[in-house]
Ligand binder design. Structure first.
Ligand code: URA
Ligand code: SF4
Length: 460
């Protein structure tokens, strides 16, 4: 037994046979070693076998237990079994009793594990290594708890397009771009850094993860890491600083930024809007006030896509409520488009600006930011499935139709699109507002484009 699934299986068996917590010991060690279930059943035990139905436990226990199972404390399995036993033997609401000693301990362990997982996400630093088939990124990290496996999916999502390995004293994880694999831990003695880490990876771990050329025993014999035990940590750190230069990379710079990992799959609009508030898919979330998600009827026949929230939208948290939004509303009314059929959103969900004195001046989002944010827009369109997408301005056009579509040449035409039967581009109302002259003429053209939208929506 070396992980939660094993414990669950064993615990379920014990429970089924009515073996109480006092009669069983789940001995455990650190990850990588095996845990044994020692059945010390007292044959005189008066605990009656439990009925099958009684084994049902609240889902809250499973998530608690999963976290606790990653704690380094050797008594965690026994503690979990004790909780499980009590939950199924007359204390179904035990987890709500926060002052219960078992519950309190489990909660503390859970908290420690969750904190440790976040810490690892923030502090793992990768180093670039020339691998056999291209660049690889290797990190050495010492987590407090046994979280490598549980945290691996995060790193896969974050750095899915790179090949990386994370070595820790307990276990290591390797992602080859398609599959994540787990192997033995790296030595505890000192933190291998700089060239030492590279050497460790080359000489030992890279082959561990490459079954095609592994001669494990030999490699172990040649493992250079024995020497590290004798290297004082300060010296290793000194080495690291001396050698670091620009070879130490934060992969975050290398990795294409994207909202993808923050977007819940196949979700409805309210859930998407909620999740978008936590997006850190690119840097724009840092300076802006909040995510401004799209708004409108969930079955809208038309989705209008702008560029990004403006100053007022950023403060209010709603799209198109500033000057550009008011102009859009006016033009829609003049064109006879029923505003209640329209969902409005933006290609980029955070306000990008430059501070000039007290004013926040709008800045055009970059191609990287537009791409990073596209998953939100796609998720909105997939949830709504509109009949027509209207791109207001070049940023929206770039986000959905690519750079080849030009407002000047293509406006007012109905193009095919994979996220809706038709897509049309037109000018952005903010562009109209910025026009030094010829506003009336341009505004009339805008309304004319929106009349095409009205005609498109006419009941056939
Ligand atoms: N401009 C946009 O593109 N979107 C808004 O929400 C406001 C102004
Ligand atoms: Fe996420 Fe988009 Fe905001 Fe970037 S702009 S943080 S991708 S919501």
């Amino acid at each position: 037994m070396n992980d939660f699934a094993d414990w669950r299986r064993a615990a379920r068996e014990c429970l089924r046979h009515g073996i109480g917590p006092a009669a069983v010991r789940f001995t455990g060690a650190e990850a990588g070693q095996h845990l044994l279930l020692t059945d010390e059943r007292d044959t005189n035990s008066s605990d009656p076998p439990v009925a099958r139905g009684a084994q049902r436990v609240p889902p809250a226990f499973l998530s608690l237990a999963e976290a606790v199972s990653l704690h380094r404390d050797g008594h965690r399995w026994d503690l979990l079994y004790r909780l499980l036993w009590r939950l199924t033997h007359g204390e179904p609401h035990l987890l709500e009793v926060e002052i219960d000693e078992d519950v309190r301990r489990a909660r503390l362990m859970e908290k420690a594990v969750r904190r440790d997982m976040h810490k690892m996400r923030a502090f793992v630093r990768f180093r670039e290594v020339a691998g056999e088939t291209g660049t690889e990124y290797v990190a050495w990290y010492r987590p407090d708890h046994l979280i490598v496996k549980a945290n691996a999916p995060f790193f896969v999502r974050r750095f899915g397009s790179l090949r990386w390995a994370i070595l820790t004293p307990d276990a290591s994880a390797y992602w080859d771009g398609e599959e994540v694999r787990f192997g033995p831990g790296a030595p505890q003695s000192s933190a291998p850094a700089g060239d030492a880490l590279e050497e460790l990876w080359r000489a030992y771990y890279a082959s561990t993860f490459n079954p095609a050329r592994a001669n494990l025993r030999m490699m172990r014999a040649e493992m250079p890491v024995r020497h590290w035990a004798t290297l004082p940590e300060s010296q290793v750190i000194h080495e690291l600083l001396r050698n670091a230069g620009n070879r130490v990379v934060t992969m975050i710079e290398k990795q294409k930024s994207s909202a993808r990992e923050f977007v819940p799959p196949a979700a409805a609009l309210p859930e998407l809007a909620g999740a978008s508030q936590r997006c850190e898919g690119c840097d724009l979330f840092r300076a802006a006030t909040q995510t401004v998600f799209g708004e409108g009827p969930p079955r809208a026949r038309v989705v209008m896509v702008g560029e990004q929230p403006g100053d007022e939208e950023d403060v209010k948290g709603r799209p198109f409520v500033g000057p550009a939004g008011r102009l859009l509303d006016k033009a829609l009314a003049e064109a006879g488009v029923d505003r209640s059929l329209v969902y409005v959103t933006n290609a980029v969900k955070h306000f990008k600006f430059e501070e000039r004195g007290k004013r926040r001046i709008h800045k055009k989002p970059s191609g990287t930011e537009i791409s990073a944010c596209r998953p939100w827009l796609e998720a909105e369109l997939e949830a709504i499935r509109p009949e027509l997408i209207v791109c207001l301005g070049s940023t929206a056009a770039q986000a959905l139709a690519g750079r080849d579509v030009r407002i000047g040449a293509d406006r007012g035409r109905f193009l095919d699109h994979h996220l809706a039967p038709k897509l049309m581009v037109t000018i952005h109302p903010s562009a109209l507002l910025r026009m030094p002259e010829g506003f009336d003429e341009e505004y009339a053209r805008f309304v004319a484009d929106l009349v095409l939208v009205r005609d498109f929506l006419k009941p056939r």
